[in-house]
Ligand binder design. Sequence first.
Ligand SMILES: [Mg+2]
Length: 333
Amino acid sequence: MRCLVPQLFPLLQGQKRKMADLESTVINTSVTQKDPKEALVIAVTTRAIFNLEKEHEIFLTKGKEEYVKHQQTNENNPLEPGTAFAFIQAAQFVNKKLLERDPEEKELFDVIVLSNNSPESGVRVINSAKQHGLEISKFCFVSDEDSTQYLKTHNVKLFLSADMTDVCNALQRGVSAALIFQQEIQAPSTQLHVVFDGDAVLFSDETERVFREKGLEGAVAYEKKMESVPMGEGPLKAFALHLGKMRQKFGKEDSPIRIYLVTARSGRDMGIRAIKTLREWGLAIDEAFFMDGAPKGPILSKIQPHIFFDDGLHNIQGAQDVGIPSALVPCDC
Ligand SMILES: [Mg+2]
């Protein structure tokens, strides 16, 4: 992937230069560069962070040329926020608090925007990020390639995309990833709230498989037998551990991050192993809710997370119904 230094950025602003040789480019626009080896790098696609549904429709129905023309005509018209927008904004708030605490802090969120479009249609995206005051360190335009091949080289710890193939490719590369749906959201703009489901998200799906095979009774018996054996890791574990590390820099009262577990497990029969596993991993959760199969929507609307990760479509739907930004962690890629 070729990189453009910030000085070359004006080349993209309505210039005559042919862009064919810039098919895969990274544009770096942030004022302070973060060290990707130490930062918690999050990659979001343009359709996850902005509402590009109308534009995507043009791309699908009228083709690439019309889409590029539309984006160029509207390049100074900022895009509306998308589902992952509030999450990225809250991550920025956490960075501010981390730097207030220690101006030399290196473990900061670092946000990369990935687009499958050419850089020339991407000017609108860059302008939108600027106008919304988002601190994006890199804009990567990766043409029609599989963009997830760059995630590891950029040390990405979480990838959010509106494309199922992208998400599955990322998960298969061992990167925590989730699918974002365009939705109406309400989210507070300060303290970052992140909610994780347990089985098949933080944890492996081993108990779910037992449940499918042997029913609830079988799953409860299995959990009892395995109580002191930590569960395997789920697709979001790596990201959650990084987030937890960041969380631990702060005390109980002054933390700009709160991490929640909202699981369908019952606390009485299946809570102990979950708690023991988190303890074994060193992942401190601020609050844990064992729902015993009850709908998650009501508790989520109390927590008001900036993002909620779950592997069940019914839970995602329930969260969307109460305006919670939701991300599906697919388990059948
Ligand atoms: Mg689950």
